[in-house]
Write a protein that binds this ligand. Structure first.
Ligand SMILES: [Zn+2]
Length: 324
């Protein structure tokens, strides 16, 4: 299995949260795992992306040092390996981890260390995607893009744009992605999750090679054709889309349409803890939508969409016993 859309802060296990709090002397709203889960998981209570995003407050409070970030990445990789994931792209926004004065650069280095240590100890590979933030300062976002370029190929594989899409439109970030394109940085953009097809169209115009969620693209046939013709991938996250109300129910999820049109759509978790899910559970949900669609083809879509070179893709194919 492969997960290409997975946020570090939204995927801390309860044990990791408890340990991070203990190590750093930070008090938690509860010490009981079941109670703690209610603070970390969106459940049925959310009614929008903005509400869903509130579940990240506690994890982010615990991830404000290099040691904490390295530990969290390492523990996430342990979890991914235990779930049988052979390759993942873990994303986080370095600028959200600088509240205690740590620099973005140090945070990125710590996350890379976590990946390297995790890859030594477990049988899974990972790369990092650095998120720019909607609503973040332009200095911080530009710095993230420049640092992604500095670490590209050394643990970092791409940049992303995350955050409150309904408040900060994609079109506000044109200069940022012009810079990413100038630096030959691959990028994905969260779009069409809490805003309409315009948001996806703008991300496509910027040159995004992948779209996070992309639900609203289904409203526009011309846009769908462009996505297909340009070979752009869509990172689908079913549970998350239900929780943020990006889709009303599973049956209405546009992944069916995407795949029927031959678009490279993939299945991902988004946030294992906030969405209380695993990649296996997401694949099971997908089976409810399209029981006839071969899982091997879905997996192949993930291989083809990954921000890795052709050799790495061939390695993944041989691991999953598929022909490249
Ligand atoms: Zn996401």
């Amino acid at each position: 299995m492969i997960d290409l859309h997975l946020h570090l802060d939204g995927s801390l296990s309860i044990n990791t949260v408890i340990n991070l709090a203990k190590i750093q002397g930070i008090s938690l709203p509860s010490e009981k795992p079941e109670e703690l889960k209610t603070y970390l998981a969106a459940g049925e209570k959310t009614s929008s992306l903005n509400e869903y995003l509130r579940c990240f407050d506690l994890p982010l409070k615990l991830l404000q040092s290099e040691t904490a970030v390295e530990y969290a990445v390492y523990e996430l990789i342990r979890e991914l390996d235990s779930q049988g994931i052979i390759y993942s792209e873990i994303r986080f926004a370095p600028q959200l981890h600088t509240e205690n004065g740590c620099t973005q650069q140090k945070i990125i280095k710590a996350a890379i260390k976590g990946v390297e240590r995790g890859e030594r100890d477990f049988n899974t590979r990972s790369n990092l995607i650095l998120c720019d933030m909607r609503g973040g300062s332009s200095e911080a976002n530009i710095l993230t893009v420049n640092l992604a370029s500095e670490f590209l190929g050394g643990g970092v594989c791409a940049v992303d744009l995350a955050g409150a899409e309904a408040v900060y439109s994609t079109s506000m970030y044109r200069e940022l992605f012009e810079l990413a394109a100038k630096l030959s940085l691959p990028f994905t953009i969260h779009a069409g999750e809490a805003a309409g097809a315009d948001s996806v169209r703008t991300a496509v115009d910027f040159g995004a090679r992948r779209i996070g969620h992309g639900v609203a693209a289904v409203e526009d046939d011309g846009l769908l054709k462009k996505i297909k013709d340009y070979g752009i991938s869509i990172e689908c996250c079913l549970s998350s889309n239900l929780q943020t109300r990006a889709v009303r129910n599973l049956k209405q999820h546009p992944i069916k349409r995407f795949l029927q049109l031959g678009i490279n759509a993939t299945i991902n978790t988004d946030n294992m803890t906030v969405s209380d899910t695993t990649i296996k559970r997401e694949l099971d949900l997908f089976t409810e939508i399209m029981p006839e669609f071969p899982k091997e083809r879905l997996l192949m879509n993930s291989v083809n969409s990954a921000f890795i070179n052709e050799n790495e893709k061939r390695r993944l194919c041989s691991l999953i016993a598929l022909k490249p």
